[in-house]
Design a protein around this ligand. Structure first.
Ligand SMILES: [Mn+2]
Length: 633
């Protein structure tokens, strides 16, 4: 019977896959197909063609061949039920085919030939379009082994597709000084690793070095599969065999991009959404100059490569379109203690220390986040005394607050001596972070979280009046950020008739915050204003909103915490990481995102999401940097 083997392999009570009880009628040639991407023990793609009431199936380890020059192996597997055409889901560990299965493509097909040893079809899918030929590989060794090996190729040319090159050599930068006309250049951070070209085809990655020799990378297992069926050729730095920093793109999915300007290649690279526990895009700073080099130098990183924005990629060639600027003066000998680490002066201590065990995020990745957001984050930190929360042994271990850094801050970190919020000692020397080096200093202290008050200090450390109002929307038990989003909309409605510009943000934790800039004449004015509005909302919908701190009264409600406006309080700084399980970020969002929020995960952003968001939105909190109108009421 056609589905006997399918049923024998599965326990309907344990797998989410469809397991029909009756056998289908034999209906002859069919018209539908599906290709599923199956992240089982070994990544493969399952190609299934409707025929005689079932789906005749092949597992294709590297996926459908994209062009006629590529021949792929396929192994015929048991027939699947028609219901499998729309199946996607997670097959639980321990079950047959355990792992995630997604629909890679589906559509209709025509049969040209259907014989026991040869099948010719034309697929009409979104991604799979063309004439494919399956021929049984009549190898003696396979006979009777149950491994029905076939070869699969595409017979018609793939229109407008450049073949993925088999190999390439990295482009070589000319050593030199930072270019003077910085506007047309982008600086990319160098980590002092080994330059590699990474070729990903059919979910398998191959690494070669500057001489074209293959490099073994046991620490990067999983990178190829993470790219799915996307074919790419990447230029990257391999640090310590376990960290991959990707800097450039040579080919993507049938498109040779060597001739495109660097700025465009980098955009295409960002669109690939490459971010994993051990692989990231190398941070870039368009139009940047000496300040980035100084931060890199302070961190003991290797240096920067300045890439001319319009430069094409020339494999294996040295070019003055790329200028490599080492962090260390080239004449100086490397200090013996740091020799071999590739980290030069090694101001970043323990760069590979994992601070987020769940995602494997290392201290150097924390640094990369802060360097990547420095441009937008620093204006919001300006003149605000920072309270740091440090996790020296990672987020699953003890943390501590630090306000007074007088004992260990280097001389180049500005400190402000101001009153400590409700503290035992009267005053403390708070750090004020003014530049990328300051962010890097904090990152090196594992100060994942940076908190700031709603006021600034003057040049003689005098405390100015608040310049921001914050509504901290905190979901009580049984509610989520979705409920906070609804309350945020109501607050925005209330303030719609004023001159106030209200900016929403996730807290990076469970809730969200609204901020707006104001001008006030007394220190308690912002609290009084926020409290009145919060109490008003609570009165209007007492079942949904509370303005009272008591935990017991928050169940099922959103707590509109107006008290964060108290000058003794601080809130998480925009773009700060959070010391939670994953490296989430306090992320400014658009009002469209607030209104569209229906599921909590829509408003969770991690460090990996930030570069693309910044490219798309810039700094959504920029209105906070202008002086606000007078606070009404
Ligand atoms: Mn499979």
């Amino acid at each position: 019977m056609p589905l006997d083997e399918y049923r024998r392999k599965r326990d309907a009570a344990r797998t989410p896959e469809p397991v029909p009880e009756s056998n289908p009628p034999e209906t002859g040639a069919g018209t539908r197909f599906v290709v599923q991407e199956h992240h089982a023990r070994s990544l493969h793609w399952d190609m299934r063609l409707e025929r005689d009431g079932v789906l005749v199936s092949w597992a294709v380890p590297k996926g459908l061949p994209p062009d006629p020059d590529t021949v792929r192996m396929a192994v015929q597997t048991e027939d699947h039920p028609i219901e499998y055409l729309t199946f996607s889901g997670d097959i639980p560990a321990g079950e047959y085919g355990a792992g995630r299965m997604t629909i890679w493509d589906t559509g209709t097909y025509e049969t040209e030939k259907w014989r026991p040893r040869e099948v010719i079809v034309t697929l009409h899918g979104e991604r799979a379009r063309g004439r494919y030929v399956l021929i049984r590989a009549d190898r003696e060794a396979d006979r009777g082994s149950g491994r029905d090996a076939w070869i699969l190729r595409r017979s018609d040319p793939a229109p407008g597709r450049d073949p993925l090159p088999h190999d390439a050599l990295p482009m070589i930068a000319t050593p030199g000084e930072l270019p003077e006309d910085g506007d047309d250049w982008t600086l990319q951070v160098l980590f002092g690793g080994r330059r590699v070209i990474v070729r990903v085809d059919g979910g398998r990655a191959r690494f070669t070095d500057a001489d074209g020799a293959e490099v073994a990378t046991p620490g990067l297992r999983g990178f190829g599969a993470s790219m799915g069926a996307t074919q790419v050729l990447l230029d990257a730095e391999l640090v310590g065999g376990t960290e991959l920093w990707i800097g450039d793109l040579l080919h993507v999915d049938g498109r040779d991009v060597l001739g495109l300007p660097f700025a465009q290649r980098r955009e295409l690279l960002a669109e690939l959404d490459i971010a994993g526990p051990h692989w990231r895009l190398a941070p870039v700073f368009p139009g940047a100059g000496a300040e980035v080099l100084a931060a890199v130098r302070e961190q003991g990183l290797a240096g920067v490569v300045a890439k001319r924005d319009r430069s094409p990629y020339r494999p294996g060639r040295e070019s003055t379109d790329w200028i490599e600027v080492p962090a260390r003066a080239r004449a100086a000998a490397p200090p013996p203690a740091a020799a071999g680490t590739g980290l030069g002066r090694a101001k970043l201590t323990n760069p590979r220390k994992v601070l987020y065990p769940l995602t494997g995020t290392t201290k150097s990745e924390v640094l990369a986040h802060y360097l990547a957001v420095a441009d937008v984050m620093l204006p919001h930190l300006r003149d605000r005394p920072v309270t740091m929360v440090r996790w020296p042994d990672g987020v699953d271990k003890q943390s501590f607050f630090e306000k007074d850094v007088s004992r260990h801050a280097p001389s180049w970190i500005r400190t402000a001596r101001v009153g400590t919020p409700g503290g035992r000692s009267e005053k403390a020397d708070f750090p004020i972070i003014e530049n990328a080096e300051g962010l890097a200093w904090a990152a090196n202290l594992a100060a994942l979280e940076l908190h700031v008050p709603q006021w600034r200090v003057g040049p003689a450390d005098e405390q100015y009046l608040p310049d921001l109002v914050v509504f901290d929307l905190d979901p009580g038990e049984g509610t989520t950020i979705v409920d906070c989003a609804r309350v945020a909309e109501r607050i925005a409605e209330r303030l719609a008739d004023t001159e106030l510009t209200v900016c929403p943000r996730t807290s990076g934790g469970k809730g969200m915050q609204l901020y707006f800039p104001v001008t006030v004449t007394s220190a308690d004015q912002t609290s009084v204003f926020a409290k009145a509005l919060a109490e008003d909302l609570a009165k209007e919908t007492p079942g949904r909103v509370t303005a009272v701190m008591a935990k017991a009264r928050r169940r099922g409600k959103v707590f509109v915490d107006w008290s964060q406006n108290n000058p003794y309080k601080t809130t998480i700084a925009s773009y700060s990481l959070r010391g939670r399980g994953r490296p989430t970020v306090a992320t400014p969002i658009t009002w469209d995102e607030v209104r569209a929020c229906r599921r909590p995960e829509q408003l969770v952003f991690t460090a990996a999401d930030l570069p693309a968001r910044l490219a798309e939105h810039g700094d959504l909190m920029a209105p906070l940097l202008e002086p606000g109108p007078e606070l009404p009421g």
